[in-house]
Design a protein around this ligand. Sequence first.
Ligand code: MG
Length: 382
Amino acid sequence: MAKTISILGSTGSIGTNAIQVVHALGKEYQIDYLSANTNADKLIEQALTLRPKAVCIADEPYADKVTAALQSESISVYSGRDGLLELASQKADVVLNGLVGSSGMEPTLAAIESGIDVALSNKESLVMAGKLIQEAKAKSGSKIFPVDSEHSAIWQCLTGETMDDVKKLILTGSGGPFRERDVKTFPTITADEALDHPNWEMGKKITIDSATMMNKGLEVIEAHWLFNVNADDIEIIIHPQSIVHSMVEFSDGSVKAQLGVPDMKIPIQYALTYPHHAPSNWESLDLLTNSELTFHAPDFERFPCIQLAYDALKNGGTYPAVLNVANEEAVYRFLDGSISFTDIPRIIESACASHEYSDDPGLDLILQIERWTKEFVVNFRP
Ligand code: MG
């Protein structure tokens, strides 16, 4: 029997890479469900090629178009927010969540509550609702397989190890495009400059997060929930070449690292084939042409988002959800030109400080906080 896969966010960067991975893996893997947000044409094209059981178009206005294209093909069409949650709960061996931002949280929860394993690229799920997701996992027995390259690296380094022996996790980050730019010019950074990432090809939201280094901050929170390690034992190291994907230091001083070319297909594939490293034709690492690997301390003053994320994790409760949503909305405001690059951390800090804190939020409160934070950012006058 083939291993069945649901791909949420199939038309995005992670989704299209995942389809390539599944295709290359061959007959033992089969895509049963696909979802897209607004890209109806690409979703239809994927559905006609891959022949899934069902698809979901999350943005309702496109539902008629997708239904018209697929109704004679015996491919069911779900739509809207509820449709997405229903699709995420459909029986499959693994749901690959490649959705962007906080919209990925509820589908992660829905899959886990339905007893389905999740290959998780959507780090915002854990940032927003790490505790709820852990509780749901404990109840249903579902597992989370990290897709984020750093967390895939840590997961691989921890294979065969005992958490009691771990001293700290070391998350590497490229430092983004502004690692060496004169900090005095940060207020004039344009969206185009921020979208030009030196190593990784990714969607817009995560590329801006890499430029502000909030991506690394969110990854600290993600690592906390995935591996149950405290903020103080998660370190960030800047590694501009993006070859060492992360490391684990053990009690005896031994350090394990995972290396590879910066290509998301490798961690996506491992999340699908775990515990095996299946054969692939992806470019392999040539250390002789990548012989210079350098490491630097992160600059917390240049990139205030990193500290904001550590603080949110330490403060706990509703802080990480506010941090995440404020960041997301601020990124969209930066992309549409209504705020500057340096306004992003200012807005996040202000939202975190202004929100009504709760130490143990349930799903309803998290969703309420999400709405509050969106409104806060939309109304923020820089
Ligand atoms: Mg990452």
